[in-house]
Design a protein around this ligand. Structure first.
Ligand code: GUN
Length: 289
């Protein structure tokens, strides 16, 4: 079997178009456009690239982007003061503080300071709790994007066996909650799981989010499984001195067994920004009451 490639890039482009089409109605109703504030502390090059693409996508969707770049030696108190100012700014619907933060700043304290109703990353404990008990809130962008791709491909997920590999607060745990909410039978596997291949072989749906290049092999999969690869790992390329991106799944062998699989790049990655814009638009409509 040769698996169908799940085109996250195309799905994300469609979602961004639908969001952009909804912005004028918000503007007519409120006299302003939805606004997303993105805060970057320091000069980590990868974070700077992410922040730039988030700002560009926000403007392309017709929303307002407020970028705040602070020096690497910013104190926690100064960052908390900025978060407080953004919480009170009526033109700001969503606040995203790019992670990781420099050592002198406690990330959890900063996330806790964000107004949960502007927490478009879905990282605040209030939003993690809302997800766990099934109340409306904000769900982290990457797992919500994965759920959208799965439902687009499979429709109703009720009764399916789902295995999530990885238990991070940002991907693994919220992914498991979303799949449970969609009536899957959910297993969360992690570094201490015994006989991971046997656990994965039960799954109709596999979500890999461990950060280990090409760890999941084709012979771990049940024939026809749908595989979502959240991994983005940079590894040495065949050509001397070059690198290439690979996922947590060994694409070549997995594509022989799965019915559908997301590529890396071009699978889950583009969904994250599209869902961030979706969460910002939702925040704006909720705040406008
Ligand atoms: N760093 C890497 N991914 C993310 C993300 O989705 N949100 C934030 N705030 N920081 C990140």
């Amino acid at each position: 079997m040769s698996a169908e490639r799940i085109d996250g890039k195309a799905y994300a482009a469609g979602l961004r178009q639908r969001l952009a089409a909804a912005v004028p109605a918000f503007e007519r109703a409120t006299g302003r456009v939805p606004g997303l504030a993105v805060v970057l502390v320091g000069e980590d090059p990868a974070s700077a690239v992410y922040v730039r693409s988030k700002g560009k996508a926000t403007v392309e969707a017709g929303m307002a982007s407020f970028e705040h770049k602070l020096p690497a030696d910013t104190s926690e108190a100064d960052l908390l003061a900025l978060v407080d100012q953004l919480n009170r700014d009526a033109t700001v619907d969503g606040i995203l503080v790019q992670l990781p933060l420099p050592r002198q700043i406690d990330e959890q304290r900063v996330i806790a300071a964000i107004d949960p109703d502007k927490d478009v990353d879905g990282f605040h404990v209030a939003n993690a709790g809302r997800l766990a008990v099934g109340q409306p809130g904000f769900v982290p962008c990457t797992p919500l994007g994965c759920l959208m791709l799965l439902q687009d491909r499979l429709g109703d997920l009720s009764g399916m066996e789902a295995v999530v590999i990885g238990r991070s607060n940002i991907v693994g745990k919220p992914m498991a909650q979303l799949l449970l909410g969609a009536n899957c039978t959910v297993t969360i596997a992690h570094s201490r799981t015994r006989d991971l291949p046997a656990v994965v072989r039960r799954a109709d749906i596999v979500v890999a989010a461990v950060g280990r290049p090409e760890m999941v092999k084709g012979d771990w999969l049940k024939p026809g499984a749908v595989v979502i690869d959240v991994g983005i790992n940079r590894v040495p390329a065949a050509e001397e001195g070059k690198t290439r991106l690979v996922g947590d799944v060994d694409y070549a062998s997995a594509a022989e067994v799965a019915s559908a699989i997301t590529p890396v790049p071009g699978g889950v990655g583009p969904m994250t920004i599209a869902v961030l814009l979706r969460n910002t638009l939702v925040a704006a409509f909720r705040r406008a009451g």
